[in-house]
Design a protein around this ligand. Structure first.
Ligand SMILES: Nc1ncnc2c1ncn2[C@@H]1O[C@H](COP(=O)(O)OP(=O)(O)O)[C@@H](O)[C@H]1O
Ligand SMILES: [Mg+2]
Length: 423
């Protein structure tokens, strides 16, 4: 099978690494890719923001299957265009990608199909949103409706903070994404991520993970795209997984199909495990980054036929086998991230990872033949172990051999799970 992978982050390096192990693969192309992905794929300079360019490349190269990594091309309709031309695609239509592209859309699906989530209202003007917040009181959560690069949500502990967040949204802090606002009830509990494939009619549960969004140790400081993750999430017991499938995933899949937007791709459900059980915080419609890296380390099955079955409506014919060993990834970022940081700093050396370990590339590039850091999040040092504690120890041993002067990381990735292991 000739496959095109779209994307250039650590998530796509993990997907490329796993796809390249498939006996069904003949050629893997990646657009635009990165130097890590280039170990497993031929990089092609296709503009992935241009759906016509992607379609032309697939026609010219007789591509059999397209795997879309990030959300932006999905929201921009790349899967629709490719499907209309007869290509098999892993990733939802633009209409179904609204599950990630509009928080209000998702909340309405939850309301219509009785999916557990915080009570909410949608607003298109500040005075009504503020009146609702005053009526509800704090804590309360204010969200820009659209894609806001992980910056559009305020978990407000006071009414004043929530009112200020409403002003930010309507004054344009998040551009068009803030033209509508969702105000929702605060959910108290432990957060976890749940990944599940859907071909529109069948669902296949994958695995669970937890991530660290804050830049600082002890989960402090500003939010980032994610500083590390591990899988599985101890809070997601088999009972919680079963309830999540029954109470959240299956009604969503049915609701999307009934609403005229059958969902094909990966449901990445952000959950809060509250006293009542799993409640939905949000959906993403692609794999998490860096959660994908730990999922791919634990997946024993061939990824390619699983993704292809998702794209072709035959998900009931495949299964996914997982290693019981936890996997953990530590993100190395450029000093200054998530604020401003120097670009093109040299990465002198990346250690050879042994079995059960891998250094994935995110924001790297080759400049005059030398590896440099070009992004905020740059490398994902990943390892497995018999426990999260062992996976963490192995990841940091590997990470300490990376020679990159401008890099930093958190030293406590996995602390919650490790605390449980010690208890
Ligand atoms: N209703 C809620 N109650 C408590 N915390 C919430 C709630 N909604 C969101 N959060 C917190 O805010 C974070 C970001 O919200 P989310 O809806 O996932 O937005 P995004 O990932 O698009 O920025 C969540 O990971 C969670 O920690
Ligand atoms: Mg989120």
């Amino acid at each position: 099978m000739k496959v095109l992978l779209i994307g250039s982050g650590g998530r796509e390096h993990a997907l490329a690494w796993k796809l390249a192990q498939s006996p069904e693969l003949t050629t893997l192309y990646a657009a635009p890719g990165n130097p890590g992905i280039a170990e497993h794929a031929t990089l092609v300079p296709v503009n992935t923001e241009d759906n016509d360019a992607v379609v032309s490349f697939c026609k010219d190269n007789a591509i059999d299957f397209v795997v879309v990594g990030p959300e932006a091309p999905l929201v921009a309709g790349v899967a629709d265009r490719l499907r209309a031309e007869g290509f098999a695609v892993f990733g939802p239509s633009a209409a179904a990608a609204q599950l990630e592209g509009s928080k209000g859309f998702t909340k309405d699906i939850c309301a219509r199909y009785d999916i557990p989530t915080g009570a909410y209202q949608r607003f298109n003007n500040a005075p009504k949103a503020k009146a609702y917040i005053r009526e509800q009181g704090a804590p309360i959560v204010v969200k820009a409706d659209g894609l806001a690069a992980g910056k559009g949500v305020t978990v407000a502990m006071t009414v004043d903070e929530a009112l200020a967040a409403v002003d930010d949204c309507f004054e344009g802090a998040f551009g068009a994404a803030g033209a509508e606002v969702v105000v929702e009830a605060y959910l108290d509990g432990e957060e976890a991520s749940f990944f599940c494939l859907s071909d529109g009619k069948h669902a296949l549960a994958l695995a669970t993970a937890q991530d660290h969004k804050r830049v600082g140790e002890g989960d402090t400081g500003p939010n980032t795209g994610g500083m590390g993750a591990y899988s599985p999430a101890p809070v997601m017991t088999p009972e919680m997984v079963e309830r999540t499938m029954k109470e959240i995933i299956e009604p969503t899949m049915r609701g999307m199909a009934e609403s005229g937007y059958p969902f094909s791709g990966v449901f990445f459900a952000g959950l809060m495990i509250t006293r009542k059980g799993p409640e939905l915080i949000e959906y993403n419609v692609r794999f998490g980054d860096p959660e994908c890296q730990v999922l791919m380390m634990r997946l024993k099955s061939d990824l390619l036929p699983i993704l292809y079955a998702t794209a072709t409506g035959t998900l009931d014919k495949v299964t996914a086998e997982w290693s019981d060993d936890p996997a953990l990834t530590v993100v190395m970022a450029s000093k200054g991230y998530p604020g401003s940081y120097d670009k093109n700093t040299p990465i002198k050396s990346i250690p050879e990872a042994g079995k059960g370990a891998k250094v994935f590339h995110a924001g790297t590039a080759l400049k005059d033949g030398a590896l440099v850091a070009t992004g905020g999040r740059v490398l994902n040092v990943t390892a497995t172990g018999k426990t999260v504690g062992e996976a963490q120890a192995r990841a940091y041993v590997l990470l300490d051999k990376v020679e990159w002067g401008n890099g930093f990381c958190r030293r406590d990735i996995g602390w919650q799970a490790i605390k449980r292991e010690k208890a």
